[in-house]
Design a protein around this ligand. Structure first.
Ligand code: ATP
Length: 186
């Protein structure tokens, strides 16, 4: 499984449609001066995989991820990010050799998630990535502050990373969800 393509439109500084191709062999590096939008690419990947925390995306509220305009360009009403994943080895369940996930957000608060262009729930996207090492909160997206949390003294934060890597976080989330359902029915 590997990321093969990222499409960004209206997300943060990307007012124009941008497509980033990640070749199967080799390494992709994004180079540019401070503030040019390199981290916005990582934010786009995290966002399309279902990130719910505006703070993690370095914004104060979710609406802030939509292009807010410049002196020469009006703000946009929608942000859209699509991530194409090569799934030839079938790591992601569902039987597709290529999977495209899409997230859209509108200024009025509406949002959509799509799986291979079909509307789906946030939960479907989250389930797709459980215990694969990918996902909005997984260790495959490493920022400096995450490295800090591995190295620092907080066992809880370190434990979350190990649980994801060892493949048990899916079961812990299922157990929590079942518990919530039980509580609702009693
Ligand atoms: P650094 O090298 O400092 O880490 P960077 O190249 O990673 O910077 P980012 O932090 O990704 O840059 O991008 C910051 C830029 O994105 C700023 O110019 C900021 O104004 C712009 N930006 C962020 N959100 C929006 C938005 N909603 N609309 C328009 N521009 C935005």
């Amino acid at each position: 499984m590997y990321l093969s393509k990222l499409r960004i439109f209206g997300f943060k500084s990307f007012a124009n449609k941008v497509e980033v191709n990640f070749p199967k062999n080799g390494l992709t590096a994004v180079v540019g001066p401070n503030g040019c939008g390199k981290s916005n690419i990582i934010d786009a990947i995290r966002w399309v995989m279902g990130e719910q925390s505006a703070k993690t995306l370095r914004s104060s509220k979710m609406e802030d991820v939509i292009f807010s305009g410049t002196t020469s360009r009006p703000p946009m009403n929608m942000a859209e990010v699509s991530l194409v994943i090569d799934n030839e080895e079938g790591v992601l369940k569902g039987g597709y050799s290529q999977i495209m996930i899409t997230r859209q957000a509108f200024r009025n608060g509406d949002s959509n998630y799509l799986l291979n262009n079909q509307p789906c729930r946030l939960k479907d996207i989250q389930h797709l990535f459980y215990d694969t090492g990918m996902g909005a909160a997984s260790y495959s997206l490493m920022e400096a502050k995450m490295i800090d949390s591995i190295l620092n003294e907080k066992d809880d934060e370190r434990r979350l990373l190990f649980e994801e890597a060892s493949g048990i976080s899916k079961y812990k989330k299922q157990r929590a969800e079942t518990k919530r359902q039980l509580e609702r029915t009693t």
